[in-house]
Design a protein around this ligand. Structure first.
Ligand SMILES: [Zn+2]
Ligand SMILES: [Zn+2]
Length: 213
Protein backbone atom coordinates (compact mmCIF):
# COMPACT_ATOMS: atom_id res chain seq x y z
CA UNK A 1 0.00 0.00 0.00
CA UNK A 2 1.03 3.61 -0.54
CA UNK A 3 0.03 4.89 2.92
CA UNK A 4 3.55 6.20 3.63
CA UNK A 5 3.52 8.30 0.49
CA UNK A 6 0.03 9.58 1.35
CA UNK A 7 1.20 10.70 4.78
CA UNK A 8 4.29 12.36 3.31
CA UNK A 9 2.22 14.14 0.63
CA UNK A 10 -0.24 15.41 3.22
CA UNK A 11 2.60 16.72 5.38
CA UNK A 12 4.51 18.38 2.57
CA UNK A 13 1.85 19.50 0.09
CA UNK A 14 -1.44 20.14 1.92
CA UNK A 15 -1.18 23.38 3.94
CA UNK A 16 -3.01 23.45 7.29
CA UNK A 17 -5.27 26.24 5.97
CA UNK A 18 -6.34 24.14 2.94
CA UNK A 19 -10.10 23.43 2.74
CA UNK A 20 -11.35 20.89 0.18
CA UNK A 21 -14.84 22.44 0.25
CA UNK A 22 -13.44 25.86 -0.68
CA UNK A 23 -11.44 24.29 -3.51
CA UNK A 24 -14.63 22.66 -4.85
CA UNK A 25 -16.50 25.97 -4.57
CA UNK A 26 -13.75 27.85 -6.41
CA UNK A 27 -13.55 25.31 -9.25
CA UNK A 28 -17.25 24.68 -9.80
CA UNK A 29 -18.65 27.99 -8.45
CA UNK A 30 -16.35 30.41 -10.30
CA UNK A 31 -15.92 28.02 -13.25
CA UNK A 32 -19.70 27.46 -13.55
CA UNK A 33 -20.40 31.22 -13.34
CA UNK A 34 -17.87 31.85 -16.14
CA UNK A 35 -19.52 29.18 -18.35
CA UNK A 36 -22.98 30.75 -17.88
CA UNK A 37 -21.60 34.29 -18.27
CA UNK A 38 -19.84 33.42 -21.55
CA UNK A 39 -22.86 31.52 -22.94
CA UNK A 40 -25.14 34.49 -22.19
CA UNK A 41 -22.90 36.83 -24.20
CA UNK A 42 -23.60 34.93 -27.42
CA UNK A 43 -26.61 36.30 -29.24
CA UNK A 44 -28.48 35.32 -32.42
CA UNK A 45 -26.23 32.30 -33.02
CA UNK A 46 -26.29 31.03 -36.62
CA UNK A 47 -26.30 27.26 -37.44
CA UNK A 48 -22.69 27.55 -38.63
CA UNK A 49 -21.65 29.23 -35.37
CA UNK A 50 -23.26 26.38 -33.38
CA UNK A 51 -20.65 24.07 -34.96
CA UNK A 52 -18.19 25.69 -32.53
CA UNK A 53 -19.64 23.52 -29.72
CA UNK A 54 -18.91 20.02 -31.15
CA UNK A 55 -15.60 21.19 -32.66
CA UNK A 56 -14.43 22.65 -29.33
CA UNK A 57 -15.52 19.43 -27.58
CA UNK A 58 -13.36 17.32 -29.92
CA UNK A 59 -10.45 19.77 -29.66
CA UNK A 60 -10.68 19.61 -25.85
CA UNK A 61 -10.74 15.78 -25.94
CA UNK A 62 -7.61 15.85 -28.10
CA UNK A 63 -5.88 18.38 -25.79
CA UNK A 64 -6.74 16.26 -22.75
CA UNK A 65 -5.30 13.20 -24.51
CA UNK A 66 -2.02 14.82 -25.67
CA UNK A 67 -1.53 16.79 -22.47
CA UNK A 68 -1.85 13.58 -20.48
CA UNK A 69 0.10 11.34 -22.87
CA UNK A 70 2.80 14.03 -23.22
CA UNK A 71 3.90 16.41 -20.41
CA UNK A 72 1.85 14.80 -17.62
CA UNK A 73 3.74 11.49 -18.07
CA UNK A 74 6.97 12.66 -19.75
CA UNK A 75 9.23 15.33 -18.32
CA UNK A 76 9.26 18.26 -20.78
CA UNK A 77 11.28 21.45 -20.49
CA UNK A 78 9.22 24.25 -18.89
CA UNK A 79 6.45 21.86 -17.83
CA UNK A 80 8.19 20.15 -14.90
CA UNK A 81 5.41 21.22 -12.49
CA UNK A 82 2.77 19.39 -14.56
CA UNK A 83 4.88 16.19 -14.59
CA UNK A 84 5.65 16.45 -10.86
CA UNK A 85 2.02 16.96 -9.88
CA UNK A 86 0.71 14.17 -12.06
CA UNK A 87 3.24 11.32 -12.37
CA UNK A 88 5.21 11.89 -9.16
CA UNK A 89 2.31 12.88 -6.90
CA UNK A 90 -1.17 12.00 -8.21
CA UNK A 91 -0.13 8.54 -9.45
CA UNK A 92 1.66 7.71 -6.22
CA UNK A 93 -1.13 9.01 -4.02
CA UNK A 94 -3.71 6.94 -5.95
CA UNK A 95 -2.72 3.48 -7.16
CA UNK A 96 -5.01 0.99 -8.88
CA UNK A 97 -5.72 -0.80 -5.60
CA UNK A 98 -6.04 2.38 -3.53
CA UNK A 99 -8.05 4.82 -5.64
CA UNK A 100 -10.11 6.52 -2.95
CA UNK A 101 -9.88 9.87 -1.21
CA UNK A 102 -9.81 9.53 2.58
CA UNK A 103 -11.20 13.01 3.21
CA UNK A 104 -12.06 16.25 1.41
CA UNK A 105 -8.52 17.47 2.15
CA UNK A 106 -7.20 14.84 -0.28
CA UNK A 107 -8.93 16.79 -3.08
CA UNK A 108 -5.67 18.72 -3.15
CA UNK A 109 -4.18 15.68 -4.96
CA UNK A 110 -7.04 15.55 -7.51
CA UNK A 111 -8.28 19.01 -8.55
CA UNK A 112 -6.20 21.59 -10.42
CA UNK A 113 -4.91 24.23 -7.95
CA UNK A 114 -6.86 27.51 -8.37
CA UNK A 115 -3.68 29.32 -9.44
CA UNK A 116 -2.93 26.79 -12.20
CA UNK A 117 -6.57 26.94 -13.38
CA UNK A 118 -6.37 30.76 -13.57
CA UNK A 119 -3.03 30.50 -15.40
CA UNK A 120 -4.39 28.06 -18.03
CA UNK A 121 -7.45 30.23 -18.63
CA UNK A 122 -5.43 33.43 -19.14
CA UNK A 123 -2.46 31.87 -20.98
CA UNK A 124 -4.33 29.49 -23.35
CA UNK A 125 -8.07 30.12 -23.46
CA UNK A 126 -8.08 33.92 -23.60
CA UNK A 127 -5.64 34.32 -26.55
CA UNK A 128 -7.50 31.59 -28.50
CA UNK A 129 -10.84 33.34 -27.82
CA UNK A 130 -9.46 36.72 -28.94
CA UNK A 131 -8.10 35.13 -32.10
CA UNK A 132 -11.48 33.49 -32.82
CA UNK A 133 -13.31 36.79 -32.26
CA UNK A 134 -10.96 38.38 -34.78
CA UNK A 135 -10.86 35.69 -37.51
CA UNK A 136 -14.44 34.38 -37.03
CA UNK A 137 -17.17 36.11 -34.98
CA UNK A 138 -17.66 37.15 -31.31
CA UNK A 139 -20.34 34.42 -31.00
CA UNK A 140 -17.77 31.77 -32.01
CA UNK A 141 -15.37 33.13 -29.37
CA UNK A 142 -18.02 33.09 -26.61
CA UNK A 143 -19.17 29.57 -27.54
CA UNK A 144 -15.53 28.42 -27.54
CA UNK A 145 -14.98 29.85 -24.04
CA UNK A 146 -18.25 28.38 -22.67
CA UNK A 147 -17.65 24.92 -24.20
CA UNK A 148 -13.99 24.60 -23.28
CA UNK A 149 -14.62 25.73 -19.69
CA UNK A 150 -17.62 23.38 -19.39
CA UNK A 151 -15.40 20.57 -20.71
CA UNK A 152 -12.77 21.39 -18.10
CA UNK A 153 -15.39 21.31 -15.31
CA UNK A 154 -16.67 17.98 -16.65
CA UNK A 155 -13.08 16.68 -16.56
CA UNK A 156 -12.63 17.81 -12.95
CA UNK A 157 -16.00 16.34 -11.93
CA UNK A 158 -15.39 12.94 -13.55
CA UNK A 159 -11.82 12.66 -12.30
CA UNK A 160 -12.99 13.48 -8.76
CA UNK A 161 -15.81 10.91 -9.12
CA UNK A 162 -13.29 8.15 -10.03
CA UNK A 163 -11.46 8.84 -6.77
CA UNK A 164 -14.55 8.83 -4.52
CA UNK A 165 -15.37 5.82 -2.30
CA UNK A 166 -17.37 3.28 -4.39
CA UNK A 167 -20.42 3.61 -2.10
CA UNK A 168 -20.72 7.37 -2.78
CA UNK A 169 -23.95 8.13 -4.74
CA UNK A 170 -21.98 9.86 -7.55
CA UNK A 171 -19.54 6.93 -7.88
CA UNK A 172 -22.40 4.43 -8.17
CA UNK A 173 -23.81 5.79 -11.45
CA UNK A 174 -23.42 3.34 -14.34
CA UNK A 175 -21.54 5.68 -16.69
CA UNK A 176 -19.12 6.74 -13.95
CA UNK A 177 -18.44 3.11 -13.00
CA UNK A 178 -17.56 2.24 -16.61
CA UNK A 179 -15.28 5.26 -17.01
CA UNK A 180 -13.75 4.66 -13.57
CA UNK A 181 -12.60 1.19 -14.66
CA UNK A 182 -10.62 2.76 -17.52
CA UNK A 183 -9.02 5.31 -15.19
CA UNK A 184 -8.23 2.64 -12.58
CA UNK A 185 -6.39 0.63 -15.26
CA UNK A 186 -4.46 3.81 -16.12
CA UNK A 187 -3.40 4.09 -12.45
CA UNK A 188 -1.55 0.75 -12.75
CA UNK A 189 2.12 1.93 -12.84
CA UNK A 190 2.87 -0.57 -15.64
CA UNK A 191 0.14 0.97 -17.85
CA UNK A 192 0.14 4.65 -16.87
CA UNK A 193 2.54 5.82 -19.61
CA UNK A 194 0.89 3.63 -22.29
CA UNK A 195 -2.90 3.30 -21.90
CA UNK A 196 -6.14 5.22 -21.23
CA UNK A 197 -4.96 8.82 -21.51
CA UNK A 198 -8.46 10.27 -21.90
CA UNK A 199 -9.80 11.06 -18.46
CA UNK A 200 -13.30 11.92 -19.65
CA UNK A 201 -14.59 10.05 -22.74
CA UNK A 202 -12.12 7.67 -24.45
CA UNK A 203 -12.55 9.10 -27.97
CA UNK A 204 -8.84 9.73 -28.69
CA UNK A 205 -7.80 6.49 -26.92
CA UNK A 206 -10.05 4.68 -29.44
CA UNK A 207 -8.66 6.72 -32.36
CA UNK A 208 -5.00 6.22 -31.43
CA UNK A 209 -5.28 2.59 -30.26
CA UNK A 210 -4.40 3.19 -26.60
CA UNK A 211 -7.68 2.05 -25.04
CA UNK A 212 -7.48 -0.74 -22.49
CA UNK A 213 -10.73 -2.04 -20.99
ZN1 LIG B 1 -6.54 9.84 -11.24
ZN1 LIG C 1 -1.89 9.73 -15.66
Amino acid sequence: MNTDFREQYRREHIPARYRGGMHLMFTFGIGGALVVGAALQADGITPLEWLTVPLTFLYANLSEYWGHRGPMHHLKRGLRLVYERHTRQHHRFFTQDNMELDSLRDLRAVLFPPLLMTFFITAFMLPAALLLAWIATPNVAWLFVATSLAYFLNYEFLHMAYHLPPAHPIARSGLIRRLERLHRAHHDPRLMAHRNFNITYPICDLLFGTLQN
